[in-house]
Design a protein around this ligand. Structure first.
Ligand code: ZN
Length: 338
C-alpha cells in the first residue's frame, strides 16, 4: 500500500468494497429471463439463513463462501423468491433465503459447511466472495424487515428481482426500495497521536475510531463535527474524506474521514464510550506487544483508517506489525447477528 492512494483505490482496500459485479439492472424487471437463469447450470445461489452466510473453513483461519446450484436446493423455498444479484464472468448470482429444513439439507450436503456471521470471518476470505456475501446479506436483511407496508400494514410483494417491494393493497400501492443508513467514522489525529475509544461491551483492550449515524438535516461533514464533539468533546480543525465501505451489520454505508483536532483536550461526552484516549504512533507497537491494545476488526474501515494514519506517521504497515506482535487476536464479542 502506498501513502499516495486515490479515492477509488482507497475504498477498494475496504472489505466488501470493490466488488465489480455487473448488477444486471436491465434484467431486474425480466422475470422470464431470471427463471431461465435459475435453470442454467452455471448459475449460483448465495444461501442465507437468519442473516448468516454458508461458508466452509479452509486452513486455520480462512473461510470460503459456499455457493450452490438451484437444483441443490430441495424442498420448495417457502420464504421468498431468489434475488438477482448480478453477473461476474459467466456466472449469474442470486441470493436465496433458506428455511430451517433447507439449512439442514445444505449442511448435510456440505459436511464442512456452517452458517456463520460474516463479520467474524470475512477478513481472510477472497475479497470478491466476501463482497458478494455482504451484498446478498444486505438485501436479505432489508427484505426481512420490510415484510409489511409501513403505510397501511398490508403484506409487501417483491418486485424487480428482489430490489423493490410493492404493497399488496392496491389502494395503497406504496413502493419500498432497499434502505441504507449512512454513517461516518473518523480517525481524529493531533500531532503524532490519534484518538481512539472503546465501548464497555467490547472485548478487553479493544479500541476503535469514533463513529456515528448521520442525522436528518446533516451533511456528512456536519455529522463528523457533531459526533466527535458529542462522544469526546473534541473540536476539529480540518476534515478529510478518505474512503467508504458497505457495512451490512445490519444496513450501514460507512463514510471514512481523517480529522485534525485543535488540541488533545478530551472527555467522555454522551456515555456511548467507556474510555477514550490518545495513542501516539511511537507507543503503539509496545501496547500491541503487551496486549494492552487491540486494533479494530481487520474487516472494518476503522482498521483501514488507523492503518493509513500509522503508515503516514511511521512508514510502516500496521497489518504486518500486528501479525508480528499479536499472532492470536482477541476474539470479538458480537451480541446479535443482524
Ligand atoms: Zn400499503
Amino acid at each position: 500500500m502506498s501513502a499516495q492512494i486515490d479515492r477509488l483505490t482507497a475504498s477498494t482496500l475496504n472489505r466488501f468494497s470493490g466488488v465489480r459485479l455487473d448488477r444486471l439492472v436491465d434484467y431486474r424487471e425480466n422475470s422470464d429471463w431470471q427463471k431461465q437463469q435459475l435453470q442454467n447450470h452455471n448459475t449460483r445461489l448465495v444461501p442465507l439463513w437468519r442473516s448468516r452466510c454458508l461458508v466452509e473453513k479452509i486452513g486455520d483461519n480462512s473461510y470460503e463462501a459456499i455457493y450452490i446450484h438451484p437444483s441443490d436446493l430441495k424442498h420448495n423455498n417457502v420464504i421468498r423468491e431468489p434475488t438477482l444479484l448480478g453477473k461476474k464472468d459467466d456466472q449469474v448470482y442470486f441470493a436465496v433465503t433458506v428455511n430451517d429444513q433447507q439449512r439442514e439439507q445444505l449442511l448435510e450436503q456440505h459436511k464442512k459447511g456452517q452458517f456463520s456471521d460474516l463479520r467474524l470471518l470475512a477478513a481472510d476470505m477472497h475479497p470478491l466472495k466476501a463482497g458478494i456475501l455482504a451484498y446478498a446479506k444486505a438485501l436479505h436483511y432489508w427484505q426481512h424487515r420490510h415484510t409489511f407496508c409501513g403505510t397501511c400494514g398490508a403484506a409487501n410483494s417483491l418486485r424487480s428481482g428482489g430490489h423493490r417491494m410493492i404493497c399488496s393493497n392496491t389502494e395503497c400501492g406504496r413502493q419500498t426500495f432497499p434502505r441504507i443508513d449512512p454513517a461516518i467514522i473518523v480517525l481524529v489525529s493531533h500531532g503524532d497521536a490519534c484518538l481512539l475509544g472503546r465501548q464497555a461491551s467490547w472485548s478487553q483492550n479493544r479500541f476503535s475510531t469514533l463513529a456515528g449515524f448521520v442525522e436528518p438535516g446533516e451533511s456528512l461533514e456536519d455529522a463528523v463535527v457533531r459526533e466527535i464533539w458529542e462522544e469526546a468533546r473534541v473540536k476539529l480543525k480540518t476534515i478529510s474524506y478518505r474512503s467508504s465501505q458497505p457495512w451490512p451489520f445490519p444496513a450501514a454505508a460507512m463514510a471514512g474521514f481523517i480529522a485534525e483536532a485543535t488540541s488533545r483536550e478530551c472527555e467522555i461526552g454522551d456515555n456511548e464510550l467507556e474510555t477514550i484516549r490518545w495513542f501516539s504512533s511511537k507507543e503503539l507497537p509496545q501496547l500491541l506487544a503487551k496486549g494492552e491494545l487491540y486494533m479494530p476488526n481487520r474487516v472494518s474501515i476503522a482498521f483501514q483508517l488507523v492503518s493509513e494514519w500509522y503508515l503516514g506517521q511511521t512508514g510502516d504497515d500496521l497489518s504486518q506489525l500486528i501479525h508480528a506482535l499479536q499472532p492470536a487476536e482477541a476474539p470479538d464479542r458480537i451480541k446479535n447477528t443482524c
